[in-house]
Design a protein around this ligand. Structure first.
Ligand SMILES: [Zn+2]
Length: 468
């Protein structure tokens, strides 16, 4: 079955816009030209802008349950507080996957990378719940179960010599769980992809990284991890390996064209060269980097060095939202403060390319999605240019990327399947979801975290802060 999006505005190369019809047959774009013959179904594209779907290239869906409640802490104390709060149950994980999908779809995304927190003892149930959520929503999903084999305390530099306490049996158990999940759930044709995804050098042993590389090679999978999110992690890498974290990932064989790396705030110029040579992707999460005081990632330098860059929202308790257009906006204009050379600044057209094609490339899908190209899969978003937040009638991409679009997504398709129509997600009962997110909670502020109280004096000392 085919359909035609008629009279729709699309960006023209290298600048400007044109009005065309777009034909989609069997989930793929088959023609883009003015005045095409109508297929079985016709979608009115007049006064609307069609773009490739963006990729929410890094999030942690279950953090939705802790949204808005963790005090202003740097990452190392923030995560300590997070782990002091009750873990989401598998049933909650299903709902937060649905919620993450809905918020991503309604802010321009058609694909999500979920670095999914796993409950000890319920790992496969958590993965199954997230898979079910994304399948029900119909969004393209890369589920990257978050695995780690060092305790939280290991993520803070000791100020001395690093001592691993990872137990080999635990490492192997976690890798075996991932292998089972791959066998059970990895199904790219259905839009569900599994990704080996160690948390990061701060919480993982060498064996964990090597095991993930091995799984990725054996099953032809992407790789994902956090990299150099904080100054403390930069210090820890030196303590642990005697080199930078990027250099160490290269030694593990972890870096390649299907590897995406969340944050990369503390890259050196040499690290940027390594990532460029490896063709790995930097996932820029500006909101959480601001919220946690992590710093400003050197995105302009990365782009100039030829590193592929995409955008992520990061989890909903370090952002504390899941609006992809907001992440793209802040992640684009933030860097104007880092370089007086305004010719290096990111234009709205470049932002769109990073969010769509950049995201696709980071997942090994640069030839399959990420642009309005005949032959590619129809992962598409239609924006309503009559929406008040996109008026008056000036430059549509400037309005969309620099503005503050609210409810601007009119329609969205994943592989040609319509997931959003008339501003509503048609696959999810959003009214029921709102009730399910509302009812179990109560309005309250977070209680102080005993574990933060235990860790903070050591953190303050190592980071050179005055004693409390
Ligand atoms: Zn993260």
């Amino acid at each position: 079955v085919g359909f035609t999006i008629q009279n729709v505005l699309i960006p023209d190369e290298p600048s400007g816009y044109k009005t065309v019809d777009v034909q989609i047959v069997d989930g793929r774009i088959t023609a883009i030209a003015p005045k095409l013959p109508e297929l079985e179904v016709v979608v009115d594209g007049s006064n609307k802008l069609l773009l490739p779907g963006f990729v929410n290239a890094h999030t942690h869906s279950t953090e939705m349950w802790q949204r808005g409640m963790i005090p202003p802490y740097p990452l190392e104390l923030w995560i300590t507080h997070l782990y002091d709060l009750p873990l989401a149950t598998p049933e909650q994980a299903y709902l937060s996957a649905l919620g993450t999908a809905v918020e991503t779809l309604l802010s321009g995304g058609t694909c999500v990378v979920d670095h999914l927190v796993l409950n000890p003892g319920q790992e496969l149930e958590m993965i199954a719940a997230a898979v079910r959520g994304y399948q029900d929503a119909g969004i393209r999903a890369f589920i990257a179960p978050l695995i780690q084999d060092e305790p939280l305390e290991a993520g803070i530099p000791s100020g001395g010599v690093f001592q691993s306490v990872a137990e080999r049996s635990q490492t192997l158990d976690l890798l075996a769980i991932i292998e089972t999940a791959i066998a059970e759930f990895h199904n790219p044709a259905a839009g569900i992809n599994l990704v080996p995804a160690p948390t990061g050098i701060q919480l993982c042993s060498d064996a964990m990284f090597e095991g993930c590389v091995e799984l990725s090679q054996r099953y032809d999978l992407c790789l994902h991890t956090h990299l150099l999110e904080t100054k403390a992690q930069q210090m820890l890498a030196q303590e642990k390996y005697g080199c930078s974290a990027a250099e160490q990932l290269q030694k593990f064989g972890f870096l390649g064209p299907r590897t995406s790396l969340a944050h990369c705030v503390w890259l050196t110029d040499r690290d940027i060269e390594i990532l460029a040579a490896a063709q790995s992707t930097v996932v820029h999460n500006p909101l959480s980097n601001l919220r946690l005081g992590s710093g400003i990632a050197p995105i302009l330098k990365c782009l100039q060095a030829g590193v592929n860059v995409s955008f992520g929202c990061d989890g909903s308790s370090s952002n504390d939202g899941q609006d992809l257009l907001e992440a793209v906006k802040i992640g684009s204009i933030l860097h104007n403060t880092t370089d007086f050379e305004y010719q290096n600044w990111i234009t709205p057209r470049k932002s769109v390319e990073m969010a769509a094609l950049g995201g696709a490339k980071g997942l090994g899908l640069g030839d399959a999605i990420g642009s309005l190209t005949v032959g590619k899969q129809a992962d598409l978003v239609l924006y309503d240019l009559m929406n008040l937040s996109l008026l008056p009638r000036t430059d549509p991409l400037g309005l969309l990327i620099w503005g503050r679009p609210t409810q601007a997504v009119h329609s969205a398709w994943v592989a040609g399947k319509r997931i959003v129509a008339d501003h509503q997600v048609v696959t999810v009962d959003v009214e029921q979801l709102r009730q399910q997110l509302f009812e179990p909670g109560e309005w309250h502020s977070a209680l102080p975290s005993p574990r933060v109280a235990e860790s903070s004096s050591h953190y303050r000392k190592v980071m050179g802060l005055s004693p409390e």
